[in-house]
Design a protein around this ligand. Structure first.
Ligand SMILES: [Zn+2]
Length: 285
């Protein structure tokens, strides 16, 4: 298992913000201590403006480089956030390279990206790493790219960027109602599967099974996975009931499709996040 990280991603924080350094620090600690899974550590790939502007407006790229204050109530103007967000993109690009080389992978970096739209940072996200990776693959002769997003929140930013992008499909399973309120319906190449708050994990699995069937039917040459771990029963931000084992299950379902697969950390805010990531990696391995 290749895990991509860069410990500089621990160097930004705001008091009481759920998207905090311990998410990655704790996961790094567990992954280094555990002995069940052999891990090869990798670094993020290089990122250029040309890669970013496939997904984002130039004005947005400039704003992240020189913020004019907080992006929204959830998305502060952290010092050096441009460099942090670019390393998260680099993690997604490295995951893509590993996927194409047939190597199981996971990008363990922050900030997350799936709420960042073409022209806006929001919901803890600045650049949309997964959409950038998907469009990069498309630009380099991958015919069909799917983004599969199992974060508990709808990946509105990824949908915004990939909507009607040729050769792509966006498939998301998320809670509704919940932040950011989008993703109630499917349209064009965007396929949204919702679960109500307080659904049992069996309902989540049944809904995920439908989402996986849509993914299989699209028959992608590459799957980019927005792996968020906030549908977990003890996550503070939403009201789903997933158990640790459900993350091994979803990983196994994805692996069973036998497609190159790039995996990127999105959300996940419970103190059990390290165990959830390990459970997912075991399912991929
Ligand atoms: Zn989330």
């Amino acid at each position: 298992m290749h895990v991509i990280t860069d410990e500089r991603c621990l160097n930004y924080s705001q008091e009481f913000h759920p998207e905090r350094p311990q998410r990655v620090a704790g996961t790094l600690k567990l992954l280094r201590e555990q002995t069940e899974l052999k891990i090869t550590w990798d670094k993020p790939a290089k990122v250029t403006d040309a890669l970013i502007t496939r997904a984002h407006e130039k004005s947005h790229v400039r704003l992240v480089a020189q913020p004019q204050g907080p992006f929204d109530g959830d998305t502060p103007n952290y010092p050096d956030i441009d460099a942090h967000a670019r390393r998260s993109i680099g993690g997604a690009l490295r995951a893509l390279e590993l996927a194409q080389a047939g190597k199981p992978n996971f990008s363990l970096l922050r900030p997350p990206g799936h709420h960042a739209t073409r022209e806006r940072a929001m919901g803890f996200c600045f650049f949309n790493s997964i959409a950038i990776a998907a469009l990069h693959a498309r630009a380099n002769d991958t015919k069909k790219v799917a983004v599969f997003d199992f974060d508990v929140h709808h990946g509105n930013g990824t949908e915004d960027i990939l909507h009607r992008a040729e050769g792509t499909a966006f498939i998301s399973i998320h809670q509704h109602p919940a932040y950011p309120g989008t993703g109630q319906k499917s349209f064009d190449n965007c396929h949204n599967f919702t679960v109500a708050p307080d659904s049992p994990n069996t309902t989540w699995r049944a809904t995920a099974t439908k989402a996986l069937a849509t993914l299989k039917e699209f028959d992608p040459d590459l799957i980019c996975v927005s792996a968020g771990f906030d549908a977990y029963k003890r996550d503070p931000l939403c009201q789903q009931k997933l158990e640790i084992e459900d993350y091994t299950w979803i990983a196994q379902q994805l692996r069973a499709l036998k497609k190159p697969q790039a995996n990127i950390l999105e959300g996940g805010y419970s103190t059990d996040l390290p165990k959830l990531v390990l459970a997912y990696l075991k399912g991929l391995a």
